[in-house]
Design a protein around this ligand. Structure first.
Ligand code: NIG
Ligand code: FE
Length: 423
C-alpha cells in the first residue's frame, strides 16, 4: 500500500474510448492519495485518510507492506507503445554523417540506415539479442515505464525476424513488466531483395506472419508505409494476411512523406505512428475512429528536424494521441518517456497534463490494453510510477535527469538506479 501520495494521478474514466480533445488533460488527481495493491492488481484507490479508516485495513495492517510516499507524485506506469529494442549496435556512422549535413534518407540510400543494422542481428545469437532487449526494458522501467511494445524489424528474413521475436519473448519473461510484441518484417526491403519488393512482401505474408501467429510470437504486425519503404498497396496485402491470422495491425506512416491513409482504415489499425506529414483532410476522419495517432518526437529531436508532429492540430480536432519513445538505433536512441513528455511540451505545445495522459491511458489504447493498463483504478494491473517531485508537471519540466524513485510492475516494486527488486 502506498500512502501519503502528494498527487495521485488516477486517469480514472472520463467517458469511454481513448482520450480526445479537452478530455486528454483530465488526470483525475487525488491529493493525499493512497493505493492498495494485492496479487498484482489495484484493489482500492482513494485518500490516505479514508484508507487508514478502512476496517479491513485496520485488521490486516500488519500483513500489508506500507510505503510512505511523503508527498511524492504517483501516476500509472508509462505505456511505451512503440519501440524497436531488438538490435545489436548503435549506428554511430549515421550519427556523424547527419551531423555533417546528410539526411536520414540520404544516409539510408548510401547503405546506412535500417539495412545497416541487419547484419548484426542476423549474426547474433538469440541470447545476446535477448540481453540487449532486457537491458532496454530495465532502462525503461528506471524511468517510469511499466508496459512496452517491442518490435522486431532488423532481421528482415523469416529466420532472423522470428529469432528477434523469440528474443523479445525471452527478455519479457525475465522482466516484471508487460511486453507486447510486434512483427515488423516489413521495415524496409532488405539488400538481398533489392528491386524485388513484391517477392519480399510474399516472404512476410507466407513465412513470417503465419509462423509468428502460429507460435504466438506477436500480437501485432507493423509496416513502414512511407517513401523508400512500403506502399499502401503492399501494406494492404500485409494487413490482410495479418487479419487472416488473427493479428492486430499498426503502421509507421507520414514520417518522411504523406502516406495515403484511407486504404488502411478498413483494417482498423490500433495505431498510426509518427504522423509528421499527415494530410489535413485525413484529420476529421481520424477523429471519428479509435486508431491512435502515436507521436514519437524523440525521432524529430535526434534527426535534428525543425518540425515536430502536429500534436495541437490532431488533439484540437479530436484525434486520440499517444506518446512513445520509438527507442531504436537509427532515429531515436532513448528509453526515456519523461524526455518524450518534455519534448511534447516544449516542441509540440502539449500541456504537461495532456502529455501524461498520452503516455499512459492513450498508450494503453494504442496496444488495446485499455482494460488492464493506463489508469490507476480497482481491477487494473498494479503498474505505478513514483516520481520524487511535488507536482506532476515537474516530470516534463526537468529534462535529461531521472526523477523516478521507483516503479511497480504488475505488483513488483523496482527501485530506480538499477538496484533491482525491492523486498
Ligand atoms: O520509427 N521509420 C522506421 N523505423 C524507425 C527507424 C528505424 C531505424 O532507423 O533503425 C523509426 O523511426
Ligand atoms: Fe519506429
Amino acid at each position: 500500500m502506498l500512502i501519503n501520495i502528494g498527487q495521485l494521478l488516477t486517469l480514472r474514466a472520463a467517458g469511454s474510448g481513448p482520450r480526445r480533445g479537452p478530455d486528454l488533460k483530465q488526470l483525475g488527481i487525488i491529493e493525499g492519495g493512497a493505493v492498495l495493491c494485492l496479487g498484482g492488481k489495484v484493489v482500492s484507490v482513494g485518500t490516505t485518510k479514508d484508507a487508514l479508516r478502512d476496517p479491513w485495513l485496520k485488521k490486516n495492517r500488519k500483513k500489508v507492506v506500507e510505503i510512505d510516499c511523503e508527498g511524492q507524485v504517483v501516476l500509472p506506469g508509462f505505456v511505451d507503445s512503440h519501440t524497436h529494442p531488438a538490435f545489436i549496435s548503435p549506428r554511430l556512422v549515421d550519427f556523424e554523417k547527419r551531423i555533417s549535413g546528410a539526411t536520414y534518407e540520404e544516409i539510408a540510400a548510401a547503405g546506412g540506415g535500417i539495412r545497416s543494422s541487419v547484419e548484426g542481428v542476423r549474426k547474433a545469437g538469440k541470447s545476446l539479442l535477448a540481453e540487449r532487449v532486457l537491458d532496454a526494458l530495465h532502462e525503461m522501467a528506471e524511468q517510469g515505464t511499466t508496459t512496452v511494445e517491442a518490435k522486431s524489424g532488423y532481421g528482415l528474413n523469416a529466420e532472423s525476424e522470428l529469432k528477434s521475436l523469440e528474443a523479445i519473448r525471452e527478455a519479457a519473461a525475465r522482466w516484471p513488466g508487460t511486453v507486447v510484441s510486434t512483427l515488423l518484417g516489413a521495415h524496409v526491403v532488405p539488400k538481398d531483395f533489392q528491386g524485388k519488393s513484391g517477392q519480399y512482401v510474399k516472404e512476410v505474408c507466407e513465412k513470417m506472419i503465419p509462423q509468428a501467429a502460429k507460435r504466438k510470437l506477436a500480437q501485432f504486425v507493423d509496416v513502414f508505409t512511407d517513401r523508400g519503404a512500403f506502399s499502401a498497396e503492399d501494406t494492404e496485402r500485409i494487413f490482410e494476411c495479418a487479419a487472416k491470422h488473427g493479428l492486430g495491425v499498426r503502421a509507421h506512416v507520414c514520417q518522411l512523406s504523406e502516406t495515403v491513409l484511407w486504404p488502411l482504415l478498413r483494417f482498423h489499425p490500433a495505431s498510426f505512428d509518427h504522423m509528421d506529414h499527415v494530410n489535413e483532410d485525413d484529420i476529421p476522419q481520424l477523429a471519428k475512429r479509435d486508431t491512435i495517432a502515436t507521436l514519437v518526437p524523440g525521432a524529430n529531436y535526434f534527426l535534428g528536424l525543425e518540425k515536430f508532429p502536429p500534436a495541437r492540430k490532431l488533439i484540437d480536432a479530436g484525434v486520440p494521441v499517444a506518446l512513445a519513445t520509438d527507442y531504436n538505433p537509427g532515429s531515436s536512441p532513448t528509453a526515456s518517456m519523461p524526455f518524450v513528455l518534455s519534448l511534447a511540451c516544449t516542441h509540440m505545445k502539449m500541456s504537461p497534463a495532456e502529455a501524461v495522459a498520452a503516455a499512459t491511458l492513450n498508450g494503453a489504447w494504442a496496444l488495446r490494453l485499455q482494460e488492464r493498463k493506463g489508469s490507476i483504478e480497482p481491477g487494473k494491473d498494479a503498474d505505478l510510477a513514483v516520481f520524487e517531485t511535488r507536482d506532476y508537471r515537474e516530470i516534463a519540466y526537468w529534462f535529461a535527469s531521472n526523477h523516478c524513485a521507483f516503479t511497480v510492475l504488475n505488483g513488483t516494486m523496482v527501485a530506480s538506479g538499477g538496484s533491482g527488486e525491492v523486498e
